[in-house]
Design a protein around this ligand. Sequence first.
Ligand SMILES: Nc1ncnc2c1ncn2[C@@H]1O[C@H](COP(=O)(O)OP(=O)(O)OP(=O)(O)O)[C@@H](O)[C@H]1O
Ligand SMILES: [Mg+2]
Length: 244
Amino acid sequence: MTVIAIRDLAKQFGDQAVLSGINLDLNQGEVKVLMGSSGSGKSTLLRCLNRLVEPTSGSIQFKGKEILDASVDVRALRKQIGFVFQQFALYSHLTVLENVTLALRKLEGMGLKEANEKALHELSQFEMAPHQSKYPSQLSGGQKQRVAIARALAMDPAVLLLDEPTSALDPVMSRDVCDLINHLHRNGITMLCVTHDLGLASGIADRVLFLDKGVIRADERIDVLANDHSDPELQAFFGKREPV
Ligand SMILES: Nc1ncnc2c1ncn2[C@@H]1O[C@H](COP(=O)(O)OP(=O)(O)OP(=O)(O)O)[C@@H](O)[C@H]1O
Ligand SMILES: [Mg+2]
C-alpha cells in the first residue's frame, strides 16, 4: 500500500523556487533516504508532509486522501505523521517522561495514568525508562534522540519523518541511531529519512533519492550513486567521499 504519494509538488519562498516537480511514493513498511546538498530543499520537502510548510502547488496524498485541502484537520494529520528533528526539539523544562506524555495528553486526550504507561512502554523499548525523571540537559545527544524517537512513536504514527537524526551526534551515537532505525524498519515502521551521512543512508536503505536545487535528480541504489555516476552534481556531492 502507498502511504504517501507526492505529485508535481512545488514550493516557492517569494520568487525562489525551493522545490519543483517533486514526485515520490512511500510504501507501507518502506524506508527511503533523501540526500542532497545544504539548501537543496530536503527539510522543506519533509515539512510539507505534515503541513509545517504550505506547498505552492501539487498534491500530497496520505493513504489515498489529499492532505493539502483546506478542510484537512492538521492536528489529526500530525498524529499520523511523526517528525524527528536534527536538534531533538525536546522541552527542556520537562522530564523525559513528561516530554513523551505531553502529546499523548494534549492530542490524544489520554489521562495521566494511561499516558504514563504508554510513554514508559515506548521509553523502555529504547532503553530510556531508567532515565524517565531526568531533564534533557542531563542526557547525551544519542539519548535525547532516543527520547525524541520514542515521543514520535508513542503516537503510533503511520509514518515517521526523520530530518538529519544523526547530524548532531558523534560516530558511536550515530551508529546507535542507525541500529535503532533498522530495528524500527524490521518492526514495519514506514520512514522517510533526510541525512548527509552516507554510513547511515547505506545502513538503513537500499535506494536513495538525491535532491538538487529542489529537483529529484536520482532515485538509485546507494552504491551506484556513490561509486558509479556520471552526473556532475552527484560527483560533486559524493565524489569527495570514501566509496561504500
Ligand atoms: N521559511 C523560509 N522562508 C524563506 N526561505 C526559506 C524558508 N525555509 C527554507 N528556505 C530556503 O529554502 C531553501 C531550502 O532550504 P531547506 O531547509 O529545505 O534545505 P535543506 O536541504 O534542508 O538544507 P540543509 O542540508 O542545510 O538542512 C534554502 O535556500 C532556504 O534558505
Ligand atoms: Mg535541512
